[in-house]
Design a protein. Structure first.
Ligand code: 0RQ
Length: 505
């Protein structure tokens, strides 16, 4: 069935996934589509994994270098990793099999800011791309590519790669046509100009992607659903974090630092805590909010339906099965409230700073002075990557980090004397929220920050933090930011040795 491919030029290039995989050589650098489980190619990765396994069985090498938008799915990252077909990966990834290979040093991994990757490839800082493998939902008569559920880095991969393989996925609703806004004039220095976007709801580009048909070496027809992340129901801790974010917003509205009732465009990270924050906004009765974010997840869809959110700008639509049904049943309604953009636009520092985005991201841990670790357990083991959190935190009007005060059943405190890895420095952190409250670090000196941070730590860890801080301050020449250096990472060391950060365990 080829009615999604309406251009004769592209119809003449239809091949099977195996035929397309045959074209890809050992060592190839490939730009794949895909952002947080949405819009990743469904057929070529499996064909590449099969090819790798059969070549490896004959003792021949076959591995590729994988560039994406952000996380994809087990059906891309997982199966390629399990077939030992990945030598390099960037940026954000959530797959368990790939994570193990990254942490064992088997796969080379670079944790890039999501807004940086496209330009760094274009600037020649990273590999030249041999291939782009991009999922789309259709090709129109003029040869325009109708994007699917994520845009990610697709525009740049299509421009930069020597050869292009397209997967036309019939599962993706055709009604997505028109939702996308692809801006084509970002360019690289010294040719870069201001990006003409001044509100979250501006449209500045075209609704389609373009590709030079000469570069297209294969078009594959597929029909398969996105990964569709499941959410766990809100628990008391995440609910309390959501309520504390709302209390912070109410403080800002009362002080005239955020517009009453409408706030400023919101960015909300991925995961259950981010979902809980959105639910908190709905409970608090907000209406007509705008979001300038990177993913639209279930929570955001519910807020659009209730009118809490009037416009959500992002780069991906990443929904659970129930939310997909809801979206498809009411697609004409949702399309009026959604804009999908390339990630170099959704996460663009210039735009985040200009429109005054309120950034809200999860974290692994923060220290008493406000440095934040978003990526590494105990300083060494990568979880997912920095994602877009740095793009938004550094440039946001207000930068908020959120976390339950404890992890792993209370064996780990999310507030520590010193973070074991730094993704966001104290200079980028304005507010930290746990279920115990919010620490507003703006305008505070390091010692005042420490007091505010200790106040939102889990009660079981407050005395331990206070003891560290007071002894650090009491040292001769304690300095601007008091620490006891040999002890600064002792909580992590204790966790590694005993399985707990608690001094009394
Ligand atoms: O692991 O489920 O195995 O117990 O980390 O933690 O509390 O469920 O929180 O889902 O919000 O994830 C930082 C990972 C938080 C995420 C991170 C363990 C914890 C659990 C998840 P288990 P929670 P979340 C937008 C912005 C970086 C990218 C980003 C993230 C698991 O928010 O990836 O912000 N952020 N992008 O037990 C050891 C600690 C821990 C810990 C939590 N201190 N030590 N383990 N965990 N704290 C999206 C994109 O950029 C695409």
């Amino acid at each position: 069935n080829t009615d999604r491919i309406r251009s004769e030029v592209f119809r003449s290039k239809i091949v099977t996934a195996d035929e397309a995989a045959e074209l890809i050589h050992d060592g190839a650098a490939i730009g794949f589509s895909g952002f947080v489980g949405a819009g990743y190619p469904k057929a070529v990765p499996a064909a590449l994994a099969k090819k790798a396994e059969s070549l490896h069985a004959k003792g021949e090498p076959f591995q590729v270098r994988v560039y994406t938008g952000a996380s994809t799915d087990h059906a891309l990252d997982g199966i390629l990793a399990e077939s030992d077909a990945v030598s390099f990966r960037t940026p954000f990834s959530t797959d368990g099999s790939l994570r193990r290979q990254i942490n064992s040093g088997h796969v080379g991994y670079i944790d890039t800011h999501l807004s940086h990757l496209a330009q760094q490839v274009e600037e020649g800082f990273l590999d030249h791309l041999d291939f782009a493998v991009i999922e789309i939902s259709g090709i129109d008569e003029e040869g325009h590519l109708i994007p699917s559920t994520s845009l990610g880095n697709n525009k740049t991969w299509l421009e930069q790669a020597d050869k292009v393989i397209l997967e036309v996925n019939e599962w993706q609703p055709e009604a997505l046509n028109g939702v996308h806004d692809v801006y084509y004039s970002v360019d690289v220095p010294p040719h870069r100009k201001p990006i003409p976007l001044v509100t979250a709801h501006d449209r500045i580009g075209r609704p389609w992607l373009e590709v030079d048909p000469e570069k297209v070496v294969g078009v594959i027809e597929t029909e398969g659903g996105d990964r569709n992340t499941k959410f766990t129901p809100l628990d008391d801790v995440s609910k309390a974090i959501g309520d504390n974010v709302v209390r912070f917003f109410q403080q800002e509205e009362a002080a005239g630092r955020l517009p009453k009732g409408t706030l400023l465009p919101l960015q909300s990270g991925i995961g259950n805590v981010a979902n809980a924050v959105l639910a908190g906004l709905e409970r608090a009765g907000y209406k007509g909010l705008e979001c300038f974010s990177e993913v639209i997840q279930d929570g955001m869809l519910a807020l659009i339906k209730s009118g809490t959110v009037s416009l959500a700008s992002a780069t991906a639509l990443s929904l659970s099965p129930d939310a997909v049904d809801e979206f498809r049943d009411n697609i004409d309604f949702y399309n009026k409230h959604i804009i999908l953009r390339p990630q170099e636009i959704s996460n663009n520092p210039e735009l985040i700073r200009r429109i005054g985005v309120v950034a809200m991201n999860g974290m692994v841990e923060a220290d008493i002075y406000g440095n934040v670790n978003s990526t590494h357990v105990a300083g060494t083991k990568m979880i997912n990557g920095i994602g877009g959190s740095g793009d938004f935190a550094r440039n946001g009007y207000i930068s908020i980090f959120l976390s339950p005060s404890e992890a792993k059943g209370g064996k780990i405190s999310a507030i520590v004397p010193f973070v074991s890895h730094v993704d966001h420095t104290e200079h980028d952190t304005m507010v930290v929220v746990t279920e115990y409250g919010f620490a507003d670090l703006r305008g505070k000196t390091p010692r005042q920050r420490a007091e505010a941070m200790i106040a939102i730590a889990h009660p079981d860890y407050r005395d331990q933090l206070r003891d560290y801080f007071e002894r650090a301050c009491a040292r001769p020449n304690a300095g601007q930011t008091p620490h006891i250096l040999p002890e600064a990472l002792s909580w992590h060391q204790r966790f590694l040795e005993t399985g707990s950060m608690r001094a009394d365990d």
